[in-house]
Design a protein around this ligand. Structure first.
Ligand SMILES: [Cu+2]
Length: 540
């Protein structure tokens, strides 16, 4: 065999880099959630292809997939028949289960238990609604707000806030917060004011230094609000810079208390252009009863509405799909190129790659445990099979971000274990106990470089849920890391070189939400992230 032919074989064996890899599904997903086992649950409507639900129907199709996009079963969708699960509120609960509440015109509340892969119905909301939005609060409850009827009827009904509490006996109950007005929170003075209700709000929870539990509403209306979930009150806290109504837009908390908003368009219906503006809202001062800071407008590379955004390990935000002009259930005006926001430069840059298919209204995106990104769904929502000939997407694509371009899996930082540090056993990072606040991470030998584990930085990215592009669960928390102190008995530089101690900083605590997180190690020099280990974080 000649040298030339050996080289040719080597070249053909090396993995071909491709940004977006197509994965086929049995449904056209309109919602998705990360699960604590690393899998993802996808669901949509009444039939495998529907983007909608006939009122009073109780059937939803779903699939559970692995990180590589393969179904955990036989590739066929399953059905659950307990209630509506379309255009709902969604939350990743502190215990790892997924809460799905409302949808179209229902009050139903459904729990997905990830350990048994089963659904159960729980206490109904006081106000039936679809298009509501949730967030998990800093006192481990779930807050929901806004919405409307699925048939597009608004009729002046106030879709006020509600809060769901887990009782001591293990049951849940929704309590209305009638003074947290969904009408005020969801409305702006515009000719189509009522249409703003058909939009999932952008909600972010934090704890004040007065120990009260707050929710900041960043959008989609340009009027921002602060909600006190203990007192059940809401106040106007200012405009989102010069931003317009941000319908079919999104917001992500890429660092504790730092929210990037990516507005959509000004009306729910009609051909209206998408926004090109982004803002960063820093709500850290609000912890001490201060005033938030706004940076922007920051110019995006493309006009977009119906787009998705995913926070990546390292803190960049990947923006994908959507349209330059709103056209629901359509491939018109599609933006195929992704772009990335870098918080260090405060700029967006186009990524030299294109999605395989238009991913617009009702599309979803989630960060996966291996540092890749799932982008899925979209289309007309009117096809029953992938071969019907209309553009309903019975598929997704897995994006390999630039930080993994040309990187062999063996060259990534590798977390061997992440356990509590100290004398007592803690099965999670429990912030209420001093001895459970610090985690000891053991890295594979030299996988952060020759100087050991201190060559990596560490961060948490919360498991999250997305519907209609909106994902209020996404949250990134950089960790403080320290080498193992040499005061520990028997510790030698060699035995501790690949270990590091990590904890959540004091300034991140007000924004830390109980639940499961991806723990990533990132090589400080190459910026390459590890595959994540999933850990639980608890606060009392
Ligand atoms: Cu919808």
């Amino acid at each position: 065999m000649s040298v030339v032919s050996i080289l040719a074989i080597l070249v053909s064996l090396s993995p071909v880099y491709c940004d977006f890899r197509l994965v086929n599904f049995d449904i056209s997903p309109t919602s998705a959630s990360n699960l604590p086992d690393g899998n993802v649950i996808l669901w949509n409507g009444l039939t495998k292809g529907t983007h909608g639900q006939i009122l009073s129907s109780k059937t939803t199709n779903y699939q559970i997939i692995r990180t590589d996009g393969r179904d955990v079963n036989n590739g066929l969708a399953k059905q659950m028949n307990l209630g509506e699960m379309f255009c709902t509120g969604t939350s990743n609960l502190p215990n790892g289960n997924v809460l799905i509440n409302g949808g179209s015109n229902t009050d139903s509340t459904i729990l997905f238990h990830y350990k048994s892969s089963s659904f159960a119905k729980t206490h109904s909301m006081n106000r039936p609604r679809g298009y509501n939005a949730n967030c998990v609060t800093t006192d481990n409850r779930v807050f929901t707000l806004g919405g409307e009827w699925g048939e597009g009827l608004y009729n002046g009904i106030n879709f006020y806030g509600e809060i769901m509490t887990l009782n001591r006996n293990g049951s849940y109950v929704w309590e209305p917060l009638v003074n947290v007005s969904g009408s005020i929170a969801g409305t702006v003075e515009s000719p189509n004011a009522d249409q703003s209700n058909q939009n999932h709000m952008w909600l972010f929870a934090f704890k004040g230094n007065n120990n009260r539990n707050y929710v900041f509403k960043a959008g989609p209306t340009p009027n921002m609000h602060l909600i006190d979930v203990n007192y059940g009150t809401m106040k106007f806290v200012g405009k989102r810079g010069n931003d317009n109504m941000g319908i079919q837009g999104i917001a992500v908390q890429f660092a504790p208390g730092k929210i990037l908003t990516l507005s959509g368009c000004i009306y729910q219906d009609g051909d209206v252009p998408g926004s090109k503006d982004a803002y960063v809202i820093d709500i850290n001062p609000m912890v001490n009863n201060g005033i938030h800071k706004i940076t922007g407008p920051i110019t995006r590379s493309f006009r977009r509405t119906t787009h998705n955004a995913v926070i990546l390990p390292g803190g960049n935000v990947l923006v994908m799909g959507g349209q330059t002009q709103l056209a629901k259930w359509s491939d018109m005006y599609s933006v195929l190129q992704p772009e990335m926001y870098d918080p260090l430069t405060n700029k967006f840059t186009v990524i030299n790659s294109t999605v395989k298919y238009a991913r617009n209204y009702h599309s979803v995106a989630l960060l996966l445990k291996d540092g890749r990104v799932l982008l899925a769904g979209s289309g007309s929502g009117a096809c029953e099979t992938p071969t019907d000939g209309c553009p309903t997407r019975f598929n997704g694509e897995i994006f390999t971000p630039p930080y993994l371009k040309g990187i062999a899996e063996t060259k990534r930082p590798k977390i061997i274990s992440a356990t509590n540090f100290g004398k007592k056993k803690c099965s999670n990072m429990d912030l209420s106990y001093q001895h459970c606040k610090v985690f000891e991470i053991t890295m594979d030998v030299n996988s952060c470089g020759v100087n050991g584990a201190t060559g990596c930085s560490f961060e948490l990215i919360r498991l999250s849920s997305v519907t209609h592009s909106v994902n209020n669960d996404q949250l990134r928390i950089p960790l403080v890391s320290n080498a193992i102190p040499n005061t520990i008995p028997n510790a030698t530089p060699n035995s501790t070189k690949n270990k590091v101690l990590v904890s959540i900083s004091q300034s991140s605590l007000p924004f830390t939400i109980s639940g499961y997180y991806h723990l990533f190690a990132i090589n400080k020099e190459t910026k390459v992230p590890s595959v994540a280990v999933i850990i639980q974080v608890k606060r009392n």
